[in-house]
Each structure stands twice: as C-alpha cells, then as structure tokens.
Design a protein around this ligand. Structure first.
Ligand code: NDP
Length: 336
C-alpha cells in the first residue's frame, strides 16, 4: 500500500539511513535535502531510488562519510570547494553562498567542486543561485554511459547541464537536462518496471538500436539530438573535468569500484549578476514580458513547471514514494 509522508519525515529516514552507515550528520542532511527535494518535485530518478547507492558507497569505503568540505578562492572571481572525497551536496552548500557573494561583487563568478562523488540532479544548485537573483549554470560529468556521435561504445557520461534565470514574482525559470536522450536513472526505472524505452535512447552491446532498457544498460546510451547533444556532452566533460579539475568520465569509470554508488566527479557552476552588466534594471520587465509571451504560445510550457506543480502538491499533502523503495529505505534506516 502507498504511504504518504511529510517532507520532514522522509528527510529523517534518508538522513537516518546514511548516518546509520557511517555518514556524518552534516553529510547525511545535505544528501537528504537533495533526495527529498527530488521526491517532492516528482523527480523519482533522483529521489529515494538513489539511497541504496549512497549507502553502498559508504559501506564500501569509496566515499568519506565524515568529509568536511574546504573553501578556497584561487582567483578574485573563482571559488573552489575541495569536497574531501565526500558527497557533492554538502560541498555545494558550502560553496554556493560564497559564489553568490563573489558574483555580486564581480558580476561573474565560478564555483568548482572537486574531489567529490556526484549522484544528484543539478536543479537544486542553480535554483539556489537564481533564488538570490542571479543567473546560474551548472554541469557535471559521470562515468562512460553515452556513445559519442558516430561511436558505438560508451565514452561520455550522461552529463547534465542546468540553467536557472531569476524571476521577480515566483520561482526562477530552471531547466536541467542530461546530454543523453534519457537519464540513466529513468532507463533503470523502466527496466525495473519491465517497460520499453523510446527509440533513439540507446544501443545494445552489439551497437544495434534497442528499446530494451536492460540491453541499453549493457550497451550504450545515445546523446539527445545526435551530434548536437554529443557536443554538449563534450563541453560538460571539459567544464567538469578540465575547468573544475576533477575526473573526466572515462577516468571516473576506471577509478570506480562498481559498488553501485555515485562516481567520482566534480561540478562547474557559473553565476551572473545582471545588475552588474551596466544596462540597468530594465532586463527584469523585458524578460518577464518575453517569458509571458513564450508561455502564451499554444502548446508551450516553461521548463520547471511540472516540478513546481508537483512541489506545491507535495508541500500541501506530503509525498507518496514508491512502496518498494520506501520499504528498502526504512530497512536501511533501521526504521522497521
Ligand atoms: P528530463 O528530460 O525529464 O527534463 C529535462 C528538462 O526539460 C527539465 O527541466 C524539464 O522540466 C524540461 N521539460 C520536460 N518536458 C518539457 C516540455 N514539454 N516543455 C518544456 N520543458 C520541458 O530530464 P533528464 O532525463 O534529461 O534529466 C533528469 C535529471 O537527471 C536531471 O535533474 C539531471 O540533473 C539528472 N542527472 C544527473 C546526473 C549526475 O551525474 N549527477 C547525470 C545525468 C542526469 P520539468 O522538470 O518541469 O519537467
């Protein structure tokens, strides 16, 4: 039977599962905030579905459960967080206030997160930046899962890119999308449910097109939009691997212990304070008029609208996670 929980009750279960397996309270709470935000917004592929992986990486010792991120300023507009081989969310929470502060001073600022393990959706961090009135852009690599255009073997990660733009009278505009045609978590969920996935999502181990999620998981995913998505995945590799200074996906794949948890991977974030760009405040009203005109087009909805609708419902009524995944979570948290 489907149970309904408050966001706080779900947070306590997720954090409890992590502390019970060696995470510090600070690491566990930061991960739990991203996991519960994903459940709240109806992003099941990054909700409690991920908790067994987080736990596995603590049990295997791959992730340092009590890591304390450290913040440095390598250049006037660059903020860097060394995550100490902990999970990414606490490192992000450490770095974002500094990123926002520097961007307000300089107009443009970058945050790099290094030496961390990344398994989460990216919209929470760009949404946090835009909630401060700034434009946010974020990118992270993963392990080889996506065949570059023309190739038949995995090389790029699924490599998400997220963008957020502040709006005066409501939540920021946010899109957050994998460079793969479909996020791997969604393919895993389809495999779990015994469903097929659309064409162009992936190829099997022989390089043949397939709609069988299990065959694709054993073969390679495809980028969205052919060579265009492939170039976005390439850009993300260079932003996360070279600019942020953590591993490229092929390196992360070789380094991974296959415990089912998050791979090593840094993150690149950019923040822009439009108020510092020298053309006044008119951009706010003009952007609103532009977004209103876009929304008014027949058939159009703004990215993020689905998540915000889910969020409003969840905040009012609580969340009802998949019963099997909730059972697993309760077991991991010792709550049964
Ligand atoms: P989706 O394809 O589900 O959605 C991508 C974006 O498009 C969302 O912002 C979504 O908004 C928007 N969108 C969807 N449909 C429409 C529409 N009809 N009109 C306008 N906008 C639309 O996401 P992905 O499967 O590509 O990625 C899922 C998640 O996986 C992301 O959060 C990503 O960060 C994460 N991820 C994380 C990785 C990691 O290594 N850490 C690796 C790969 C992915 P809305 O949410 O409102 O539907």
């Amino acid at each position: 039977m489907t149970a309904t929980l408050s966001i706080d009750a779900l947070h306590a279960l997720v954090a409890g599962a992590l502390t019970r397996h060696g995470a510090s309270q600070a690491q566990a709470d930061a991960v739990a905030r991203t996991v519960t935000a994903a459940e709240r917004d109806g992003a099941a592929s990054h909700g409690i579905f991920r908790v067994p992986g987080y736990v596995a990486s603590l049990v295997s010792g791959k992730v340092t459960g009590d890591a304390v991120p450290t913040l440095t300023y390598p250049a006037p507009a660059v903020v860097s967080v060394d995550a100490g081989l902990g999970f990414a969310p606490l490192a992000l929470e450490t770095g974002i206030p500094a990123l926002v502060q520097v961007a307000r001073e300089t107009g443009v600022a970058a945050l790099t997160i290094r030496n961390c393990f990344h398994f989460a959706a990216l919209w929470p961090e760009v949404e946090a930046v835009a909630a401060e009135g700034l434009v946010g852009l974020a990118a992270t690599a993963a392990t080889p899962m996506v065949a570059p255009a023309g190739a038949r073997v995995p090389f790029f990660g699924t490599n998400p890119l997220a963008f957020a733009f502040p709006r005066p009278n409501g939540p920021p505009l946010v899109f957050d999308q994998a460079a793969a045609a479909m996020a791997r978590g969604e393919i895993m969920l389809a495999a779990e449910a015994g469903e097929q996935v659309p064409e162009q999502v992936g190829i099997d181990a022989e390089g043949q097109p397939s709609t069988d999620p299990a065959a694709i998981l054993g073969g390679a995913q495809l980028p969205f939009g052919g060579y265009k998505g492939s170039s976005i995945a390439l850009m993300v590799e260079l932003l996360a691997g070279a600019v942020a200074g953590d591993l490229f996906s092929p390196e992360a794949g070789r380094a991974d212990n296959r415990d089912g948890g998050p791979p090593r991977g840094g993150e690149f974030l950019l923040a822009l304070d439009i108020a510092r760009f020298g053309h006044g405040e008119g951009w706010r009203a003009r952007s609103e008029a532009f977004l209103d005109a876009l929304s008014a087009l027949d058939g159009v909805r703004l990215p993020g609208a689905r998540r915000h609708a889910n969020r409003a419902t969840a905040l009012a009524q609580g969340v009802s996670p998949d019963p099997n995944r909730l059972k697993t979570l309760r077991t991991l948290a010792g709550a049964d």
